[in-house]
Structure formats: structure tokens, C-alpha cells
Design a protein around this ligand. Structure first.
Ligand SMILES: [Zn+2]
Length: 425
């Protein structure tokens, strides 16, 4: 195992120091450490963050390997500064059995670029009718702790209650895609002025807010843990704020795109901007940014959703919803919040690692800590070229935008997965 001496690096925005990485852990910190045979990386001007952790990634394998594989998605993640991702269950077959979650977990280990932690489905086939084998998935080698029907809402309140009760025994989490399906039938975009003007069926904010309100009450009643996926409206923020004030065990995420892009993007009819939940208004964005800074929303999660060209480059009405996110998330966070490194580390690494229960992740580089970290060049600016992304898909909403920040290196347990901005394997 190679040792690395990273010199002149700012750890989470602090004064420049050196980091010695040896045997998979941070072996020492401080100026003037002896290299002692280690490979020296001059990190002057760079910032070290604990490796980013994504609670919401679609890796598409098994089933849609044309859009993404565990390996290609892992490479995209490493290039984005991630050392762990949670893989959503809406694959084909659905990850609703111990067999499928173990398959995804094993593929992640084989790729060896990030830790891939499978999320199990809440209901069989994501059909919302009966509970999947939650206990068997929890007991499997994959050790599943987060369950989600993401892409679909667990809309039956009785089923949602039972799922919350079931996972309480092993401190599991239900991650809800909050969308009351009866209120979003045929929806194409956010319901508001723009949808009215374009004549597209709207996805009203209340369809999200009503489910979150119901679910925080259910979680409170059961005393179980609820996580809310991709919060997108100002009203949802208020529901979460009240629930947290009462001590409900609820956490929530927001995506990079919901922090930056508005529903006005739909005016282009470019399906790259079609996503679920849809892009909302500037007022929603302002509320989401404030909620994230305050901690009412706990984390940024990408909802990285690769789609093959034929599923995306077609008429708006037929295009699949979803956007790429892993390779641009940190840049969007820097664009929105500036160099608030402690906030970024908290919302993109420490807290998601804690929610997912990923030991060894989300820890600031310090002696004895597993060397899961990423080095960022905050002064770099880059133009996003879809063809240059490591993902197998091209559906980034940031094509040809100039964004701040560049990932220079990522280490997983002391081994580089990215060096000089390029994937090592
Ligand atoms: Zn979703």
C-alpha cells in the first residue's frame, strides 16, 4: 500500500497543513511531516473535505446498464468527490430481496471506487401493495438500513405506518418520495404561472407537502425514523420546521438542481429539465437555501438519475424525469453557498454518513480516521461538457455552464480513486 503525503492543504477551510496517509488511515497531520517514502502531493491552495456521501443515487444496474452501471456510476461519484453512495432500489429487477441488494453491494465492492450501500425497496416491486422482505435485506451481507420506493410514493398510509414500525426494531429509516399520486396524475411540470402559460399539466406543491405532513405525524406516532427525499417547496420546509421543533425523528434532503434551477427552464421544452419533483419557483429556491443553511433540511443529495438518450431526447411529454448529479454537485454547492466549507462538509458528508449509518465515512481528516477524503480546488472554474462526464448518460442540466470548483483527488481508505482530476481506474 502506497503512503501519501499531502502538503499545504486546508482541512475543511482551516490553516494549511500536511496530511500523511498510510495503511488506509490518516497517520498524521501538521506542518513539516517527514515524507518517509511517501508519494508527495502538493496541495497548496486545495481544500480537503471528508469524502462526500450521497444518500440518493440511481445506478441503474441491474436492468438498465445502457444508462449506467454500478461501475460507471461509481466512477462518476469518485470524480465528484464522493467516497460512498446509497443506491436506490428502482432497478430491474427491483432491489426488494436480499439477493438483489447483495448483488448491487457486491458489484460496488468489485468496482472498488466508492462504497456502494444499497437501499432496499419498501414494497414488493415498488407496487405499493405489500411490504418487501425488509428484515432479510437488513440481515443480508449488504446490511440495508434505508428503505425507499423512490420514484414512487408509499401513498397507502397503513403500509407506510407498518414500514415505519418494522424498521424501528433495527433503527432503519424509511426514505419517502413524497408525492400524493392522485394530485399529480398526468403532471408534466410545477403547477404555477409557467405551466398555465405553456398549457402543461401541473404538479402542485401541495402534493408533496400533504405527504410530508402525514408522514411526520406517522413517524411521530410510531417513534420511528423518516427521511424525506428531494424536498422541493417552501411549504414543505415549513412542515419540516414544525416537525423538528416538536422533536420528530425526521431528516430531509434537497437536490443541487432544486437549489439552482427554476420552472422557467421548462419554457425551452428541453426534456433535460424534466425532473420529479419538478423544478419549482425562485421563492421555493430561496426557502430551500435558507432551510439547508439553518439545518431544517439536513443534507444535499444528488438524485443522480441517468437516462439513455432515447428516454431523454424526445418530446417533453414522453421524456423520463431525472438529471445527472454526481459529477457536478459540489460545484453547485460552491456556486450557491460559496466557500462555506464547514457547511458543505456537514451537509454533503458528515450528516448523510450519520443518517445512513456508514461507519468510517463523514469524518474529518484527523489522525487514526479512515482516509476517505477528497481534495477540491476552489479557485478552478470549469465548463461542463456532457461528453466528458464519466456517467454513461448525458442528461446534465448544466451543459456548457461554467461552474466553480474542481475535484483534484479522492481517496477511498487511503487509496486514490481520482488523481489530477482523473479517475485512477
Ligand atoms: Zn424520487
Amino acid at each position: 500500500m502506497t503512503a501519501y503525503l499531502i502538503t499545504g492543504v486546508s482541512v475543511v477551510g482551516g490553516e494549511p497543513t500536511d496530511l500523511l496517509i498510510r495503511d488506509g488511515v490518516v497517520a498524521g497531520t501538521g506542518r513539516g511531516l517527514a515524507a518517509d517514502g511517501a508519494t508527495v502531493i502538493d496541495a497548496t491552495g486545495l481544500v480537503a473535505l471528508p469524502g462526500l456521501v450521497d444518500l440518493h443515487t440511481h445506478l441503474r444496474e441491474p436492468g438498465r446498464e445502457d444508462a449506467e452501471t454500478v461501475e460507471s456510476g461509481s466512477r462518476a461519484a469518485a470524480l465528484g468527490g464522493y467516497t460512498a453512495v446509497c443506491a436506490m432500489a428502482n432497478t430491474s429487477p427491483v432491489a426488494d430481496t436480499a439477493g438483489v441488494v447483495e448483488q448491487v453491494w457486491r458489484l460496488g465492492r468489485e468496482a472498488g471506487l466508492v462504497d456502494v450501500q444499497p437501499i432496499g425497496a419498501v414494497t414488493v416491486g415498488l407496487a405499493g401493495e405489500r411490504l418487501a422482505e425488509l428484515g432479510a435485506m437488513a440481515d443480508s451481507a449488504a446490511g440495508v438500513r434505508i428503505f425507499s420506493d423512490d420514484g414512487h410514493c408509499v401513498s397507502d398510509p397503513r403500509l407506510m405506518r407498518r414500514a415505519l414500525e418494522y424498521v424501528k426494531a433495527f433503527d432503519g429509516v424509511i426514505a419517502q418520495h413524497a408525492e400524493e399520486p392522485r394530485l399529480t396524475e398526468g403532471a408534466q411540470m410545477h403547477e404555477g404561472e409557467v405551466s398555465t402559460r405553456l398549457g402543461l399539466t401541473g404538479w402542485p406543491a401541495v402534493a408533496e407537502e400533504a405527504i410530508i405532513a402525514r408522514d411526520v405525524l406517522l413517524a411521530e406516532h410510531v417513534g420511528s425514523r423518516l427521511h424525506v427525499c428531494h424536498v422541493s417547496t417552501a411549504g414543505s420546509v415549513e412542515v419540516l420546521r414544525q416537525a423538528k421543533a416538536r422533536g420528530v425523528r425526521v431528516t430531509a434532503e434537497v437536490t443541487p438542481h432544486h437549489l439552482l434551477l427554476t420552472d422557467a427552464k421548462a419554457e425551452s421544452y428541453d426534456p433535460v429539465f424534466k425532473v420529479n419533483p419538478p423544478l419549482r419557483t425562485a421563492a421555493d429556491i430561496a426557502a430551500l437555501r435558507e432551510a439547508l443553511a439553518e439545518g431544517v433540511i439536513d443534507i444535499i443529495a444528488t438524485d443522480h438519475a441517468p437516462h439513455a438518450v432515447e428516454d431523454k431526447e424526445c418530446e417533453w411529454a414522453y421524456a423520463r424525469p431525472g438529471m445527472l448529479g454526481l459529477e457536478t454537485a459540489l460545484s453547485i454547492a460552491l456556486d450557491v453557498f460559496g466557500p462555506r466549507w464547514d457547511l458543505i462538509a456537514e451537509r454533503m458528508s458528515r450528516t448523510p454518513a450519520r443518517i445512513a449509518g456508514l461507519a468510517g465515512h463523514g469524518l474529518d481528516p484527523a489522525p487514526g480516521v479512515p482516509a476517505n477524503l477528497t481534495l477540491v480546488d476552489p479557485a478552478a472554474r470549469r465548463v461542463i461538457e456532457p461528453a466528458e462526464l464519466a456517467s454513461r448518460s448525458r442528461n446534465t442540466p448544466y451543459a456548457r455552464m461554467t461552474l466553480p470548483g474542481r475535484i483534484v483527488a479522492t481517496f477511498l481508505r487511503g487509496e486514490p480513486t481520482v488523481l489530477d482530476g482523473k479517475a485512477v481506474k
